[in-house]
Every structure is written in C-alpha cells, then in structure tokens.
Design a protein around this ligand. Structure first.
Ligand code: IMP
Length: 194
C-alpha cells in the first residue's frame, strides 16, 4: 500500500532557493503522516524483535530520523555511504565510502533509502549486505520512481510512487542543495545545468 503522487501543489517555502522549484509534489504534512504509518507498520511487523535500520547517506537522513521515532520496537541505527564510479550509472558499479559498523549476522535489517530510481544502488547494496547473513533484509524507501528501473528492486515499505521527474527536498539533493526542504518538490528545468 503506497501513495501514487500526481498532484501539483504550490510552493509555499521561505527557502532562498525555493524559486527554483516548479511545484510541490508531496507537501510536508503528507510526508509526515506517511512516515508515521510506515513506522507503525514496521513496529507491528517486527513486534517483540529488534531491528537494525541502515540508512544510506546522505539522502536518507531526514527520513530515517523521522521514521525511527515512529518505531516502537528496539531499534539500532547505522549508516552506509555509497558512490557510483563516474559514468557507471548504467552498469551499477557502486563502491562503499562508508560501511556499517554493526554486525548484521542473525539480525533483522531494514535498509532505509530516500529514492529508488534505476534500482542499481539498492540492488548492489542488498547483494552486499545479504552476504553478511542477516536474519531478514528489507527495504524501506520514501520515494519510488519506477519508470526508470533497470534492475528489479521492490521495497517492502514504500512511502510514495512518483512519475519520472527530478525531485529535491526531504534529503534529496541537486548538487548537494535542497536537502533541507521539508517538502518534496520538482526542480524547475531552468535550475538544472545543461
Ligand atoms: P538508483 O541507483 O538509480 O536507484 O539511484 C538512487 C540514487 O540516485 C538515490 O539514492 C539518489 O541519491 C539519486 N536520485 C535518483 N533520482 C533522484 C531524484 O529525482 N532526485 C534526487 N536524487 C535522485
């Protein structure tokens, strides 16, 4: 169960770069409500057990921070940082810049990511983490952009499905900016360097 986002809301932000946002795709209140629901679902699914949330830096940071506060089972957090080799987005060659510090063997692991696009990043990460023999391994993703999928990745926990647009805000960036917007917006084409 997830929300299909097609609506356009006006941009009501005081953010100095807000003029670069064409329109709001997911307003803050809707994000907050959806994250609460995801946290409650995870709490029910893992009742009586501990979960390890593995956030993918940097984009998952605000999502993970909000999500963990709606999870009522014992929760441990850790982070990975990944980078694609230049020009390899079509091959899925991804490299760890930072690995987790927690041992994952025998534990319930949920990878927390901002957005799944081609799926290459999460596909690589899941393959790598599964080699550490977690008891279970799932994905919790705020946004899914299925139109551009190259490899099959199916988040068990998903916030929103969106059309093929470049979005920013709530952790997602364009050239490291806009991560601090509290809503998800579509970047104006004019704000994207040719
Ligand atoms: P994938 O490997 O193609 O699934 O890409 C995943 C990563 O690409 C995400 O973690 C984001 O960092 C980035 N990304 C993909 N689409 C967008 C977008 O619309 N806005 C911002 N970042 C994006």
């Amino acid at each position: 169960m997830h929300f299909d986002c097609q609506e356009r809301y006006p941009v009501a932000s005081q953010h100095p770069l807000a003029h670069n946002i064409d329109y709001t795709l997911v307003p803050h209140e809707i994000i907050a409500q959806r994250i609460r629901e995801l946290g409650e679902t995870i709490s029910r699914d893992y009742a009586g057990q501990e979960v390890v949330l593995v956030g993918v830096l940097k984009g998952a940071m605000p999502f993970l921070a909000d999500l963990m506060r709606h999870i009522s089972v014992p929760t441990v957090i850790d982070f990975v940082a990944l980078s694609s080799y230049a020009g390899t987005s079509s091959t899925g060659v991804v490299r760890f810049q930072k690995d987790v510090e927690e041992p994952l063997e025998g534990r319930h692991v949920i990878v927390v990511e901002d957005i799944v696009d081609t799926g290459l990043t999460l596909h690589y990460l899941l393959q790598t983490l599964s080699l550490r023999n977690p008891k279970s391994l799932e994905i919790c993703c705020l946004v899914d952009k299925p139109a551009r999928r190259k490899v099959q990745v199916s988040p068990k926990y998903l916030g929103f499905t969106i059309p093929d647009r470049f979005i920013v805000g709530f952790g997602m960036d364009y050239e490291e900016h806009y991560r601090n917007l509290d809503f998800i917006g579509v970047l104006a084409p004019a704000a994207i360097a040719p």
